[in-house]
Write a protein of this length. Structure first.
Ligand code: SF4
Length: 115
């Protein structure tokens, strides 16, 4: 009898936990990424890993070529599949962990966001 009560309480607790996780709007997760980006150090163009991928803060200064059907002039970090936040002048990038890249930057790993 006591086991039945404990199992019922446990099921209720698990249901409540799943419901609270499901209620976190996705936009909050995006905003959290943007907020975290503000705390990240900005990637330097002189960083060896940035140099290796020809990263620049200003994409217009990069040697871009048309890629994935996207004209060179329309390629920026903010529309790259590796950018980790939807907003902010400086955002995390999957290729440069623990650094923020300029939304208007570019590197040779640029890939269009999957639609
Ligand atoms: S991988 Fe994409 S988001 Fe990251 S630095 Fe290069 S162009 Fe910018």
């Amino acid at each position: 009898m006591a086991d039945k009560h404990i199992n019922k309480s446990r099921r209720h607790a698990v249901r409540m936990m799943l419901a609270s996780i499901a209620s976190v709007p996705l936009i909050n997760l995006v905003n959290m990424a943007a907020a975290q980006a503000e705390d990240l150090p900005q990637l330097s163009e002189d960083d060896p890993s940035a140099k290796a991928l020809s990263y620049v803060h200003d994409a217009s200064k990069a040697n871009r070529v048309d890629k994935g059907g996207v004209p060179a002039s329309e390629q920026f970090c903010h529309n790259c599949q590796f950018i980790q936040a939807a907003e902010g002048e400086w955002r995390p990038c999957a290729l440069f962990p623990n650094k923020a890249v300029s939304a208007n930057g570019w590197c040779m790993s640029w890939m269009p966001k999957a639609s």
